[in-house]
Design a protein around this ligand. Structure first.
Ligand code: NZQ
Ligand code: ZN
Length: 392
């Protein structure tokens, strides 16, 4: 096990009707907030009205900025920064999914950053300060409700880049599984593929003596697989959504990744798909992840046998470990298909035209300073291209 420093200050308020507490929860922290949201699902579901009622009852003033798109855009972030400065906003309340929360984080640090906040993306540069953030989560997926990360797209340059800093971890997040009932079915699949990937990026490691986190990872993936199928067939099943909601936060607040070298190649490869083709993050991950597994597993086959047996329930002869691993990968693909996900690039509308461009952008080869992806196995642009081709 490696040395680690675990910091996860986000208060999670979980369960039925918890969104009605938002005004009282924010009262000690701010007199004026920015209410940030997406394309309108919160108005349709009635959540917007509940939030406004709760804020007003607590005497909290608010400015509003809606219109966050999936794969959130830098242009709206700039608008939000100006608005917060103009209105003297003290806290940002993000009501929505990962895109809204990530946009809120960009605004929160942009208010204090001296320059264009985009300069921070793709770097590990420190920030001095950020406005506090609270969230009301409407889709279990990105884990941004308790993560230090934000991922923003810049349309002009077809770039989608991450930035992470502990100062961006939300102060508090409300997770009410009832709010997930209105999700379109395909969003369930995208969310589940993302949550599972957040575990995989930590689980597949060459670090040894990681029994505890191996077990936590395996329990999280099994919980996601079991309850995704239940919710997919019964979109108002509270208990299944509760399991998914809790697992989503656990998958990405980084507890299960402590003491292990992490990977993150699938995420880096996926961001290129979203940047150019505007596909949902989870849709891209469901396609890429099995291909990545096929490409890398021989580097540490024991780790993948453990996955196939402990998580996917594969039985077989340990004298033929390749067969066990390939059956595990095949079962994962079948599961994705069962919850409505495509398993090829062509299935999500991506042809071969830009595979090489994306491989070179992902590894920064395109910018003249190649940085191989991944911790489990180092991937250069030629490797990334092979993986894209494996799943075309
Ligand atoms: O915009 P509205 O109208 O609200 O509709 C949204 C959106 O169209 C809809 N939706 C959300 N909750 C709903 C709902 N519709 C009906 N009922 C509800 N309860 O779902 C659509 C997708 O929303 P989005 O926020 O984009 O989904 P998700 O949470 O999957 O976030 C994806 C983004 O998070 C980033 C991804 O790259 C992607 O841009 N990630 C952020 C991370 C982080 N900050 O730590 C880590 C992740 O790896 C990920 O990269
Ligand atoms: Zn993700």
């Amino acid at each position: 096990m490696l040395n680690f420093d675990f910091y996860s200050p986000t208060r999670i308020i979980f369960g039925k009707d918890t969104e009605t507490q938002i005004g009282e929860l924010l009262k000690p922290h701010a007199k004026k907030v920015l209410l940030h949201y997406g394309g309108g699902s919160i108005k349709k579901s009635g959540l917007y009205d509940k939030v406004i009622t709760s804020l007003k009852a607590a005497g909290i003033e608010f400015a509003e900025l809606g219109g966050v798109k999936p794969n959130p855009r830098l242009s709206l972030v700039h608008e939000g920064i100006d608005l917060c400065k103009r209105e003297n906003v003290e806290l940002i309340l993000a009501v929505g999914g990962g895109s809204v929360i990530d946009s809120a984080k960009a605004i929160a640090m942009g208010v204090y950053y001296n320059g264009d906040v985009w300069e921070l993306y793709g770097t590990a540069n420190p920030i001095e300060n950020a406005l506090p953030i609270a969230t009301i989560l409407t889709i279990p997926a990105a884990g941004s409700e308790a993560s230090p990360g934000t991922v923003i797209s810049k349309e002009e340059t077809e770039q989608k880049l991450p930035y992470g800093n502990n100062k961006l971890r939300p102060l508090l997040s409300i997770v009410n599984p009832e709010l997930f009932f209105t999700l379109p079915k395909e969003q369930l699949g995208y969310g589940v593929a993302d949550m599972i990937s957040h575990v995989f990026e930590r689980y597949f490691t060459n670090t040894t003596y990681t029994d505890l986190t191996d077990g936590l990872c395996e329990a999280t993936i099994k919980t996601l697989i079991k309850n995704a199928s239940i919710a997919y067939n019964d979109m108002e099943n509270y208990d299944a959504w509760a399991e998914l909601g809790f697992a989503g936060t656990v998958a990405h607040n980084d507890l299960i990744g402590m003491g292990r070298e992490q990977d993150w190649a699938c995420h880096d490869m996926e961001h290129e798909l979203s940047a150019i083709y505007d596909v949902a993050h989870g849709a891209g991950l469901a396609v890429l992840t099995p291909g990545w597994m096929q490409y890398v597993y021989k580097d540490n086959i024991n780790m993948f046998v453990q996955f196939a047996v402990n998580v996917m329930g594969v039985e077989g002869s340990f004298r033929d470990p390749d067969a066990i691993v390939l059956e595990g990968i095949s079962r994962l693909r079948d599961f994705y298909a069962k919850i409505g996900l495509e398993t090829t690039l062509s299935g999500i509308g991506i042809n071969e035209e830009k595979l090489e461009v994306m491989a070179k952008k992902a590894t920064k080869e395109a910018f003249g300073n190649e940085r191989p992806l991944g911790g489990f196995k180092k991937l250069y642009w030629q490797d990334v291209l092979e993986i894209y081709k494996l799943v075309k």
